[in-house]
Design a protein around this ligand. Structure first.
Ligand code: VGL
Ligand code: ZN
Length: 200
C-alpha cells in the first residue's frame, strides 16, 4: 500500500555480534528484515553516524566508562563505547541486509555535541532529522519499525512516530534489545502506553 513504509533502524555491523556495541542476537533479525523489505513498497533505513570523538562516547569523557550516565546540557545521556564512526566498517549496514531497495537513508548522531537515538528527533527532543517532513510529503501515514536496538533507537523512534501522528507498529521479532538496567521492559511499557502496536 502506498501509504505505508518500513523503517529499518540501525542494522549496522557495530550493533551486531563482533561489533563495538554488539546487541545480543542482532544479526539474527536480518532474514526476517529482508523478508519485510521485499514485502513493503516503501523502505527507509536509519544509520547511526558519529564523528570520531562524539560526545556520546565514554572515551570523550575522562574517567567515565561505557554504560555510565552523565548530565548533558540537553539532559541525561548514557555513554557508549566508540561505535558507528562515519565511514568505518562498523558503520556499514550488516552485509546480509538487502538495503538496496531503500528510498531514503536517514543518518543521525552526526552533531558532535548531541546524540540521536530517534529517527525523528535528536536527544534534545527538539532538533528534527527531517524524516517526518519527508514521510508526510510522500503521503505516508503508517510505519512499521524494525531493527536495533529495541529499547533505544527503535523505541525512541516509535514514540516520536506516534507524537507525529503516524500509525506505528514495532515488529518485536525483527528487533533485538540492549536491556541496560531494565530498559527493555521500561521502553516496551512506554511504547504500549503511547499507542504503539507491538507485534511479537
Ligand atoms: C543506539 C546506542 C547508541 C541504537 C545507537 O541504535 O539503539 N544505541 N547509539
Ligand atoms: Zn550511537
Amino acid at each position: 500500500m502506498a501509504d505505508e513504509a518500513l523503517v529499518v533502524i540501525d542494522l549496522q555491523n557495530d550493533f551486531c555480534p563482533g561489533g563495538a556495541l554488539a546487541v545480543a542476537g542482532g544479526d539474527e533479525i536480518v532474514p526476517l528484515v529482508n523478508d519485510l523489505i521485499r514485502r513493503t513498497e516503501h523502505v527507509v533505513l536509519t544509520q547511526d553516524w558519529h564523528p570520531a570523538g562524539h560526545s556520546s562516547f565514554a572515551s570523550s569523557h575522562p574517567g567515565k566508562q561505557p554504560f555510565e550516565t552523565i548530565e548533558m546540557p540537553y539532559g541525561q545521556q548514557t555513554l557508549w563505547p566508540d561505535h558507528c564512526i562515519q565511514g568505518s566498517l562498523g558503520s556499514d549496514f550488516h552485509s546480509g541486509l538487502a538495503w538496496t531497495k531503500a528510498e531514503l537513508v536517514v543518518r543521525k548522531g552526526f552533531r558532535p555535541a548531541i546524540d540521536s537515538y530517534s529517527a525523528f528527533f535528536e536527544n534534545d527532543r527538539t532538533t528534527p532529522t527531517g524524516l517526518a517532513g519527508y514521510l508526510r510529503e510522500r503521503g505516508i501515514d503508517t510505519l512499521t519499525l524494525v531493527g536495533l536496538a529495541t529499547d533505544f533507537c527503535v523505541a525512541f523512534s516509535a514514540l516520536d512516530s506516534i507524537k507525529h501522528g503516524f500509525r506505528t507498529s514495532v515488529r518485536l521479532d525483527a528487533c533485538r534489545g540492549i536491556d541496560l538496567n531494565g530498559s527493555l521492559e521500561t521502553m516496551l511499557n512506554q511504547m504500549r502506553d503511547a499507542g504503539v502496536t507491538l507485534v511479537s
